[in-house]
Write a protein that binds this ligand. Structure first.
Ligand code: CA
Ligand code: CA
Length: 486
C-alpha cells in the first residue's frame, strides 16, 4: 500500500513536471547529490573531498563540515592540505582557522604560498594585509595572481587591474587561464571581449575552457552553451570545471545532464556535478513570486498557486540552538517552526522548518494530524496517537505518509504531496478537516527522531506538544488542477 503510494507520488511529480513545461524541482535528485557528497567528503582523495565539503556547506550541512574537518585540521601537518581544510571550515561559518592561515601566509618557508592566497581569496579574506601584499612580488605568477585576487576582492581595485593585465599576457596561456578564472568571479561584463579572445584563440583546450567558464559566470549566454557542451568533454578536468561552472550559472534545463554526470568515472567530476545540482536547485528554491515563503517550484509540486500567497498560521516556534559540540548527524532534525494553512476547497498545506538542512541519514519526522474531532476514527491503540487520521511523515528526508482514515481523503487520485527542500519540509493534501466559525481546525503534534547508525548508537527524538491549530478558510479560491491523467 505504501509502496503504491510512493510510486504514485513519483509518477504524479513527473507528470506534474511535464505538464508545467518548465524544469521542476527534484527533491530526490538533490538527495542523491547530497549522498554522493557525503561519500566524497569521507573519501581518501584529498582535494575532491574538499570540493565535496564546499558543496555540503552549500546544501545546508555546514555544521557537519565543521564537525568532520576540524579534527582533521588538528592533525594535518601539510600546509597545502591545512589550507584546504581551513578554507572549508571557514566557508562553513567557523573562522577559527584564520590565525593558522595567517601563519602560513607569513611563513617564508611554507610549501603552500599559492594555496594560502587562493584559499583566502575563496573565503573572501586577506588574512594579513601586508603579508598578502608581499605575495604580489612573487616570481611565481600564480602566487602573484592569487594574492591580487584576494586583495581585489577586498576592494583594492589596483589589483583587479593587475589581474586584467595578466589576462592579456602574450604567449602565456597558463597565466591568462588563471587570470580568466579569477575574473570569472570578480570581473564584470567589461571583461567579456578579452576573455572571449582567449576562449577563441587559446591553443590549450584547458585554457580555452577556463575562458568559456569565466564568460559564462559573467552572464554570457553563448558561453554557457559551450560550458554545457564541455560537460561531455573527453578531458576529465574540463568536465569537472564545466560542472563547477554550471553550479554558478546553470539552470533547471541542465539538471538532467548533471544527474548523468553523478556517475562520471572521475570522482571529482561527479562531486562537482553534485555541487551544481545543489546550487541550481538552491537557486530554484530562492524563487518565490507571491512572497508566501513557499518557493514557486515547490508550489508547483504541492498544488498551491505560486502567484497568490498562502495564508499560513504559525503554531510552533523555537529559536535554533544548533548542535553545539555534538555531532550534527547524531541529533534529530531541530524543529524551529510549523505552519498550517487552508489553500482552498479541500486542500490544506503544512510547512515545517528545521534549524539546518534536514539530514537524509537516519532521520524520521512525524506530523501526527488529527483532522476531525473524532478520536474513535483514525489510529487506535497507542494513547499518544489515538485518533490520528494521517501521519504526514518523512523518513530519511523522503515522504513516507501513513493514512489511518482513508475516508477523510477527498482526492484519492492525487497522492499526498510532500517533500523536503533544504531546511524545510512541505506537505499538501486534499482532506476533510473540521470547520468552525470560518476556520479549519486540526490537532497536531510533531516528532523528530534520529535512528541509530554508524555514528549514532541510540535513537533520540524531540517532539512538540499536542496543539489545536485554527487557520482561516479561503472559500472560493481558485486552485491549480491536480489531475495529471493524459
Ligand atoms: Ca510562493
Ligand atoms: Ca502561493
Amino acid at each position: 500500500m505504501r509502496v503504491r503510494q510512493a510510486s504514485a507520488t513519483i509518477l504524479w511529480l513527473l507528470l506534474g513536471a511535464m505538464t508545467w513545461g518548465q524544469a521542476a524541482f527534484e527533491p530526490e535528485l538533490r538527495l542523491r547529490a547530497v549522498t554522493l557528497l557525503r561519500k566524497g567528503m569521507a573519501s581518501d582523495e584529498f582535494w575532491p573531498s574538499m570540493h565535496a565539503a564546499e558543496a555540503l556547506t552549500a546544501a545546508g550541512f555546514g555544521a557537519c563540515v565543521i564537525y568532520d574537518l576540524k579534527p582533521r585540521l588538528a592533525v594535518e601537518t601539510d600546509d597545502q592540505k591545512r589550507c584546504g581544510l581551513s578554507r572549508e571550515i571557514m566557508r562553513a561559518g567557523d573562522l577559527s582557522p584564520l590565525p593558522g592561515m595567517v601563519k602560513i601566509l607569513t611563513d617564508p618557508d611554507t610549501s603552500a604560498p599559492v594555496h594560502v592566497c587562493e584559499s583566502l581569496f575563496k573565503v573572501h579574506q586577506v588574512g594579513d594585509l601586508a603579508a598578502m601584499r608581499a605575495h604580489l612580488a612573487s616570481e611565481t605568477t600564480s602566487e602573484e595572481l592569487m594574492a591580487a585576487a584576494a586583495l581585489a576582492r577586498s576592494g583594492q581595485t589596483a589589483e583587479l587591474k593587475r589581474v586584467r593585465e595578466r589576462l592579456l599576457a602574450p604567449n602565456d596561456e597558463t597565466t591568462r587561464r588563471i587570470a580568466a578564472w579569477i575574473l570569472g568571479q570578480i570581473g564584470t561584463r567589461d571583461d567579456w571581449p578579452a576573455i572571449q579572445q582567449l576562449a577563441e584563440s587559446a591553443e590549450d583546450p584547458l585554457a580555452s575552457s577556463f575562458a568559456w567558464n569565466a564568460l559564462a559566470k559573467l552572464g554570457h549566454e553563448q558561453a554557457r552553451e559551450r560550458v554545457f557542451a564541455n560537460l561531455a568533454s573527453e578531458d576529465k578536468t574540463i568536465r569537472t570545471y564545466s560542472a563547477q561552472t554550471l553550479g554558478v550559472c546553470g539552470g533547471g534545463a541542465e539538471l538532467a545532464a548533471l544527474a548523468s554526470a553523478l556517475g562520471d568515472t572521475n570522482p571529482d567530476t561527479a562531486i562537482r556535478a553534485a555541487e551544481a545540482i545543489v546550487r541550481i536547485t538552491g537557486r530554484m528554491l530562492d524563487q518565490d513570486t507571491d512572497g508566501d515563503s513557499i518557493p514557486d517550484c515547490v508550489e508547483a509540486l504541492l498544488g498551491t498557486p505560486s502567484d497568490d500567497a498562502e495564508v499560513l498560521t504559525r503554531y510552533y516556534e523555537a529559536a535554533p540552538k544548533g548542535p553545539g559540540a555534538a555531532d550534527p548527524e547524531a541529533l534529530p532534525g531541530e524543529i524551529v517552526g510549523a505552519w498550517f494553512g487552508h489553500v482552498g476547497g479541500d486542500r490544506y498545506v503544512w510547512v515545517y522548518e528545521f534549524g539546518t538542512a534536514l539530514s537524509e541519514q537516519n532521520t524520521v519526522f512525524h506530523a501526527y494530524a488529527r483532522l476531525d474531532e473524532d478520536d474513535k476514527t483514525g489510529r487506535q491503540g497507542a494513547e499518544f496517537a489515538q485518533g490520528v487520521d494521517v501521519m504526514y511523515s518523512f523518513k530519511d528526508a523522503r515522504s513516507d505518509p501513513r493514512v489511518f482514515a482513508e475516508s477523510l481523503r477527498r482526492n484519492p487520485g492525487a497522492p499526498i504531496r510532500a517533500l523536503v527542500a533544504g531546511s524545510r519540509a512541505y506537505v499538501c493534501d486534499d482532506v476533510t478537516v473540521t470547520q468552525k466559525d470560518g476556520n479549519a481546525e486540526i490537532r497536531v503534534h510533531l516528532l523528530s527522531e534520529r535512528y541509530p547508525n554508524a555514528r549514532t548508537e541510540k535513537k533520540v527524538g524531540k517532539g512538540t506538544p499536542l496543539t489545536t491549530v485554527s487557520a482561516p478558510l479561503r472559500p472560493g479560491r481558485a486552485l491549480p488542477a491536480l489531475s495529471r491523467k493524459r
